[in-house]
Unconditional design. Structure first.
Length: 341
């Protein structure tokens, strides 16, 4: 009588393949030496130092994913940029409170370990960490047969940053007559992809055959860490907002004190070409504004006297420009005018 071959591998989990992937990550990490000289990859936990030059350090934590942009990556079979997106979505939130990204961890869940795919994803994550000047110190890869269908996966990121207490960007620093500047986005970033994919399906658009859409829809999220931290170190900004889900209105509202309002002049906004394309497909103004960044990837709130000083910290393609101001009034964001699509 033939014995039942009940093994973990036969159930769909290949531990050896997962170990090979961990070894690959460890090799890449050694090329970029851990800031703390600890061998974190492959251990049970990760160890890090808190910088000694801070008088009263505070830790700031963030977690996020890239949503259904993953499905665009799957369609194109291009996985080397969504890791950058993953890091960006976490570290761009940390800097809103003035924190310097310190460490990053990832979680990848997949139906079956695919080393080629996973290597591309992790290369993107490491590139995102390099841009952010933070360290990939660990993570988890979970092979989950039966939970994900063939070829499907999801990723999540976790970041920790540190800020000296006297440099924390809190609501109290924002004042009446402060200016609101827009920093351009790199495109759709990682929000609104369910609507984009729904549009493509309804319009029967094969974006894989469209050179422009292929490039735009997989373009990685802009990471604003270097520029914003420079401004914080020079004490040139009073507040900032990462423009993600909810758009300009909801994200700026999150940083306002209860007694102050923001006026935004939509006529001033410079939408990327991809948003003009989406709008021309039939997505209405209100839906555009609450779903997408519409060309504004990040906002900073500044004292008017600092406007000229700030511009030198940004490259030509990402120069901040004026879109609004802070006024007295119950916490609210007023959108005036109309974006010139």
């Amino acid at each position: 009588m033939k014995k039942n071959n009940l093994t973990y591998e036969n159930s769909g989990v290949n531990i050896k393949a997962a170990d090979n992937f961990i070894n690959y990550i460890s090799t890449l990490s050694k090329k970029r030496r851990n800031i703390n000289n600890y061998e974190n990859i492959g251990g049970f936990g990760s160890i890090t130092n808190i910088p000694k030059n801070l008088k009263n350090p505070k830790l700031v934590a963030s977690t996020d994913g890239v949503g259904t942009k993953i499905e665009i990556a799957n369609e194109l079979k291009k996985y080397n940029t969504i890791g950058i997106d993953l890091v960006a979505m976490c570290v761009n939130d940390l800097i809103v409170q003035g924190a310097k990204p310190l460490i990053f961890l990832d979680y990848i869940s997949i139906n079956k370990v695919d080393l080629k795919k996973l290597k591309q994803i992790i290369k993107g994550i490491i590139k995102g960490c390099k841009i952010s000047n933070c360290e990939l110190v660990g993570g988890e890869t979970a092979e989950m047969p039966g939970t994900y269908s063939k070829g499907k996966f999801d990723i999540a990121g976790f970041a920790v940053g540190v800020v000296d207490e006297n440099k924390i960007l809190d609501k109290s620093k924002i004042k009446v007559n402060d200016l609101i500047l827009a920093i351009p986005s790199n495109g759709v970033h990682s929000n609104g992809y369910s609507l984009v994919r729904y549009l493509l399906k309804k319009k029967k658009i094969n974006f894989k055959r469209n050179k422009y859409l292929k490039k735009e829809l997989i373009k990685p999220t802009k990471i604003y860490v270097k520029e914003i931290l420079n401004l914080i170190n020079e004490r040139l900004i009073n507040g900032c907002a990462n423009i993600t889900g909810g758009g300009i209105k909801e994200n700026i509202k999150r940083i306002l004190p209860s007694n102050l309002s923001a006026n935004i002049n939509l006529n001033k906004i410079k939408p990327n070409s991809i948003f003009k394309w989406i709008h021309n497909q039939g997505v209405k103004n209100n839906e555009m504004l609450k779903t997408f960044n519409c060309g504004v990837g990040f906002c900073i709130v500044i004292n008017p006297k600092n406007f000229k000083k700030i511009k030198k910290y940004f490259s030509k393609n990402f120069q901040p420009y004026l879109i609004g101001n802070i006024t007295n009034g119950k916490k609210n964001v007023e959108l005036n005018g109309k974006i010139n699509w």
